[in-house]
Structure formats: structure tokens, C-alpha cells
Design a protein around this ligand. Structure first.
Ligand code: BES
Ligand code: ZN
Length: 635
């Protein structure tokens, strides 16, 4: 009897929990994420642009290196839809101190203080900011201050720069970090124009992803910028430091610290050629100038396609232009990404897949087919290795990011699988036909943010329906919505790599000495292929021989060195450890740093070494790199 009584209680409890959980779920379903302009729902933004939309942002900023903050105002011009009558303005923020919200109904002549509510922060999304705005107000001004640990900003002390005399600050907004320095509708579907007035300490130069004045060598501590084309918020960017400029052509140039200027200008010498090659393929460059900012080594990425001003890692300065496909990549985004943008982070592959494909085309046009073939083979091999360890749901181009940080979508899949898909279409319909299709696509969707669905529709009407015997929508569906690489994936081949493979084989079976490898004339790409082709457990004896013959521990080329150091850790090759420590404490590029720490953490001794190195390196890393390494080392 008693037993029956208890099981009844248990059943009731289980039932109540079940009802509670399903109840929660159904309210979540009733309140879906708001729609962006393209009709997509962006689960990574609290904004409701279909009700009240921000069209323009005027920033008035004070950059304080003492406080490590940007403080000032964001004056937002808004537009209210019919169904948005009476609705508040919803913005995204992360770690912002909001001091005041005001509204204006007379174009900024007079301002009235407005009520606002900052929600409890969500770990991934930050805090939604809700501002009560009367229906007749078209401007909303937020007075705010960033946190010294803003996820989208890095503050460097003078010692962390090349010149050692002046401090430095730069932003990195993609994917959802703009909200850590601007209260904004931080969804790639919500394009805005912007302007900025920026106050800095005297003697520093400020540059932004907008019209910069290359002649402006004065550093009075006050700068202004204007971006007149509507861009997604993740492309708003700023850099402040002791910067010098060198023109590369009438419309291209490079900013960097004075001591790096000549090296950077040499490396980037082909930039104008690249712009011209891309224009020939996909129509004119629509952004005015194309300049680059070469950052300090803590920049967490290889490059970032901020409009008119690509941000780039100094680790691409190899001295022989061998890593400039990175410039081709960021430049390509001026079409695929900045002109036609992913509407949500699920559609990221529309940005990166198209861009990687165009990168290959630019490399082919400027450096020849052999080089492009090598880059394609390397990329495909990298993708296959990554996919072998990857959850199938992450192998889908149209990836499901529900409940996840969009930065988790940053894998080889949107890049290389996306590019191979386009290459597959090119091979199916022929290069000329595919080129005119892509050019038409950029014209059709120029300055819009689009979803994968919109792309599919466009592809059906403009390619599949025209080449019915060559492109099937079932095939397209498989490429976009299914995991893995379809059986019809292109197989890039590099003649040069076949020769490298021969040498590798002969050395591995002991037929030749390391010094007899025909490596003197190898390009960076051939080296990367060679190192990638060696067995994971090569052993210290063979590593010692290679190092003696080619001084790989002192390679000086960041990509080769990275690969070599990965092998050094995997094989416990002691002589490379001092260089490993130097590398990890002087470079903060996540693509290098995160895999090296992951490899180290695989053994107890390695983990100990990793902890020791990280204790010295962490403070020099960008918040994005810190977050990744913290996770790897379980901090
Ligand atoms: N837009 C990306 C960088 C990015 C993507 C930053 C997602 C944050 C979130 C940029 O164009 C890029 O792809 N950079 C690559 C280099 C490129 C040559 C593949 C990088 O940084 O590794
Ligand atoms: Zn990219």
C-alpha cells in the first residue's frame, strides 16, 4: 500500500515536471525571434527591425586608453513600420554601461529623456536593451560606456606594439561583438549607414571602416568618418594607434606602425592587380578606396573584410608574398559578404564559401593556375581532415546554430565546402556561364542581406532552369543541406604536389637523405603540402634530420612554422620548445594558437607546459583568443 502511495507521488511529480517543461517550450515557440528585412529570423539578436528599425548610426566617441573605454553617444535614426506602432526600440548590447536614453521628434533639435530597460545578460547574446519611444520620434540617442573587457575591443599597452611608445586599440565586430561597443540592432540582416566623430589622445591616428583620408597625416586628437553605404553592423570597425600610411596605387594603400610600413607595402604590392582582376570577373569595385590596416600580432584573425579598410594579421608578412591569398580573400568579400551579405549566421557560408571560391579565382588570375591548384588541394585536404572528426550536423553548409555562439560556425565547412560547391557548379555549366551567373547575382542582391533560401531560389531561376541537364536542384539540396562532401565533389590536382609526394616517399623509405629533397625551390604551399603529408608520428629522429637540413624551427614563415610546431608537440621534439614558447607569447592569431594549445593539452606534461606558457601569454591575447584558449585549458 505504502509502495503504491509513493509511486503515485512520483508519477505526479514526473507529470508536473513534464507539463512544466512542455509549457516552457510552447511559450518559446509562441515568441519566435523577430524577422529581419529578408524575412529571416535571426536567433542571435534581440532586435525587432520589422517593428522599429535603425537606419543610421551617428557615433560620438571618446577613446580613453587610461580607462580602456569608449564613451559617448550613439544617435540612431529609426523607422517604424505600420505594425510597429506603439512598439519599443529593441537593441543588442554586451557589457555596456547605459547612462541615458533620449528621443527626438524634431530631427535632433530637442531631446526628451526616455525610459529604458536593460535585461539580464545572456552568456551568448548579451543584454537586450528596450527603449520606450513615442511613435512620432525618429531619433533615439543612447549615452553609454564600454567595459574595459569588451569582447569586441582590444587595448594594447605601448610594450605590446612594434614601436613600444604609443598605445593601440582596435575592434573586431564579427560575428556578434559590435554590441560590445555600440548599442545597435546587431544582426547582419539590419544594414545601417554610419558616421563617427572620434576623440583620441593627441599624436595617434584613428582609422575606420569608412572613408579615410590617406593624406591626413595630422594627429590633432579628433577625426571624423562617414560610411554612406548601408552595411551590416559587424563591419563597423575602428583602429587607433601610431599609424603611418603608404599608398600602393591611386585607390589602394596600407596603414601600419611606422617600423612595419616598408615590409607591409612590399608584401601588399599586388593589391591593385587583385582589385582589377576581381573587377574583371564580377563588376566594378563599389566602395571607393581599398586600404589595409596591418595590425599588431595579437589580432585574433588572419584578416577581416572591414569595408574600405581590411584588417590583417602581421603574420601574413612572409617577405615573399607567399601568403597574400589572404588579401585576395578579404578583397573578395567586397563582393561576397559586404555587397551581398548573409542575413543570419546560419547563412554564413554565403559569405565565406563564395569568398573562398573568388579567392581561388583571384589567385589564379594574378599568380597563375599552378598556385591556385595548390591552394585548392591544401584547402580540400584540410577540410577532409576536419570533417573526419566533426559532428555531422556541423558539416552542413546551412548549419543549425540554435542555442550556440555563431563563432562556433567558424569551421572549414562554410569556407571550403562552400567554395567546392561553387567550383562544382562552375565545372558543370562552364566557366563563362558561371562567371556571368555570379556577376548577375552580385548585381541582383547588391547591398542586401540574403538567406540560403533566397540564394536557392535565385540559383534555380538563373542556373538550374537554364542548364537543366547540368544542374539539378536535388544535387544543390544535397550540397547545402546534407553533411559530408557529395560524391561529385571536385577533385583539385596539383602537378607540383605530385612531385613533392615523390620526394616525400623516397625520403620516408630511406632511399634519399633529407638534404637530397628537392626542397630548395619549394614554395610555401609545397612545404605545407610536404609537412601535411608526413605521418603524425614521424618521430624525433626524422624531425632532427629535417630541421638540420632546412632549419624549420626558424622558418620565419608563420604558416610553415605553425605546422612544424604542431608536429614538434605531437612528436615531443624538444629542440623546438623554446621557439614554441616564443611563438605563443608573441602571436595571438587564434587559428595558430588554439590548435597548438589543444595539441599540448593531450598529454599531462604537455598540459603543464601549456599552462606555464599560457600564464605568460594570456594577457597579450585578444578577448576572442583568450576565450578559446580558456575553454581548451578548462579555465
Ligand atoms: N570574415 C572572416 C573573419 C571572421 C569570420 C571573423 C567569422 C569572425 C567571425 C575573414 O574574412 C576570414 O575568413 N579570415 C580568415 C582568413 C582567410 C584567408 C581564410 C582568417 O582569419 O583565418
Ligand atoms: Zn572570409
Amino acid at each position: 500500500m505504502k509502495k503504491y502511495f509513493y509511486s503515485c507521488i512520483w508519477l505526479t511529480v514526473v507529470l508536473a515536471v513534464f507539463l512544466f517543461l512542455t509549457g516552457c517550450k510552447s511559450t518559446a515557440v509562441e515568441e519566435p525571434a523577430p524577422k529581419t528585412e529578408s524575412g529571416a529570423r535571426d536567433i542571435h539578436s534581440y532586435s525587432e527591425p520589422d517593428l522599429v528599425k535603425v537606419k543610421n548610426v551617428d557615433l560620438d566617441w571618446n577613446v580613453s586608453f587610461e580607462k580602456k573605454t569608449i564613451s559617448g553617444t550613439a544617435d540612431l535614426s529609426i523607422e517604424r513600420s505600420e505594425k510597429g506602432k506603439g512598439a519599443p526600440l529593441k537593441l543588442d548590447t554586451r557589457d555596456l554601461k547605459i547612462e541615458k536614453a533620449e528621443t527626438s521628434s524634431d530631427e535632433g533639435k530637442t531631446w526628451k529623456e526616455a525610459e529604458f530597460k536593460l535585461a539580464e545578460p545572456d552568456k551568448i547574446l548579451g543584454s537586450g536593451l528596450t527603449v520606450t519611444v513615442p511613435d512620432d520620434a525618429a531619433r533615439v540617442k543612447i549615452t553609454y560606456e564600454t567595459s574595459p573587457s569588451a569582447s569586441g575591443l582590444q587595448w594594447l599597452s605601448p610594450e605590446q606594439t612594434a614601436g613600444k611608445k604609443q598605445p593601440y586599440m582596435f575592434s573586431q565586430a564579427q560575428a556578434i561583438h559590435a554590441r560590445s561597443f555600440i548599442p545597435i540592432q546587431d544582426s547582419p540582416g539590419n544594414r545601417v549607414t554610419y558616421s563617427a566623430k572620434v576623440k583620441t589622445p593627441e599624436g595617434l591616428l584613428a582609422v575606420m571602416s569608412a572613408e579615410n583620408n590617406p593624406e591626413g597625416t595630422e594627429r590633432p586628437g579628433e577625426f571624423s568618418f562617414k560610411m554612406t553605404k548601408a552595411i551590416p553592423p559587424y563591419l563597423i570597425a575602428i583602429g587607433v594607434g601610431d599609424l603611418a600610411f603608404k599608398g600602393l596605387s591611386d585607390r589602394t594603400g596600407v596603414y601600419t606602425e611606422p617600423s612595419m610600413l616598408d615590409k607591409a607595402a612590399f608584401e601588399l604590392g599586388d593589391t591593385e592587380k587583385m582589385v582589377e582582376a576581381t573587377e574583371k570577373l564580377y563588376g566594378k569595385y563599389r566602395w571607393g578606396r581599398y586600404d589595409l590596416l596591418v595590425l599588431p600580432p595579437s589580432f585574433p584573425f588572419g584578416g577581416m573584410e572591414n569595408p574600405e579598410l581590411t584588417f590583417a594579421t602581421p603574420t601574413m608578412l612572409a617577405g615573399d608574398k607567399s601568403l597574400v591569398s589572404l588579401v585576395a580573400h578579404e578583397l573578395a568579400h567586397s563582393w561576397s559578404g559586404n555587397l551581398v551579405t548573409n542575413a543570419t549566421w546560419r547563412d554564413f557560408w554565403l559569405n565565406e564559401g563564395f569568398t573562398t571560391y573568388i579567392e581561388w579565382r583571384i589567385v589564379e588570375a594574378v599568380y597563375g593556375k599552378e598556385r591556385a591548384d595548390m591552394e585548392m588541394v591544401l584547402a580540400k585536404k584540410g577540410l577532409e581532415e576536419e570533417m573526419a572528426k566533426q559532428d555531422p550536423k556541423d558539416q552542413v553548409l546551412h548549419v543549425d546554430l540554435d542555442g550556440r555562439d555563431p563563432d562556433e560556425g567558424f569551421t572549414g565547412v562554410p569556407y571550403t565546402k562552400g567554395a567546392l560547391f561553387l567550383r562544382h557548379l562552375e565545372l558543370a555549366v562552364g566557366r563563362d556561364n558561371f562567371d556571368s551567373f555570379l556577376k548577375g547575382y552580385f548585381d541582383h542582391f547588391a547591398f542586401q542581406s540574403i538567406t540560403t533560401e533566397q540564394f536557392k531560389e535565385y540559383l534555380k531561376a538563373n542556373l538550374a532552369d537554364k542548364f537543366t541537364d547540368k544542374v539539378s536542384m536535388d544535387d544543390v539540396e544535397e550540397w547545402i543541406e546534407k553533411p559530408g562532401l557529395p560524391a561529385n565533389a571536385p577533385v583539385p590536382v596539383s602537378e607540383a604536389f605530385l612531385k613533392v609526394d615523390e620526394g616525400l616517399k623516397e625520403w620516408m623509405i630511406g632511399k634519399i637523405e633529407a638534404s637530397a629533397l628537392p626542397a630548395k625551390d619549394w614554395s610555401t604551399q609545397e612545404w605545407l603540402h610536404f609537412l601535411g603529408g608526413l605521418p603524425a608520428n614521424l618521430g624525433t629522429e626524422k624531425m632532427t634530420k629535417l630541421d638540420a637540413a632546412f632549419a624549420l624551427t626558424k622558418a620565419g614563415n608563420s604558416e610553415i612554422e605553425f605546422k612544424w610546431l604542431m608536429m614538434a608537440v605531437a612528436n615531443n621534439y624538444e629542440p623546438a620548445y623554446p621557439r614554441l614558447e616564443e611563438f605563443l607569447t608573441s602571436i595571438g592569431r587564434r587559428k595558430f594558437v588554439a590548435p597548438l594549445f589543444t595539441e599540448l593539452a593531450k598529454t599531462p606534461e604537455g598540459k603543464k607546459r601549456a599552462e606555464e606558457i599560457y600564464a605568460k601569454a594570456r594577457q597579450g591575447y585578444h578577448p576572442i583568443t583568450q576565450a578559446s584558449v580558456d575553454k581548451i585549458l578548462g579555465k
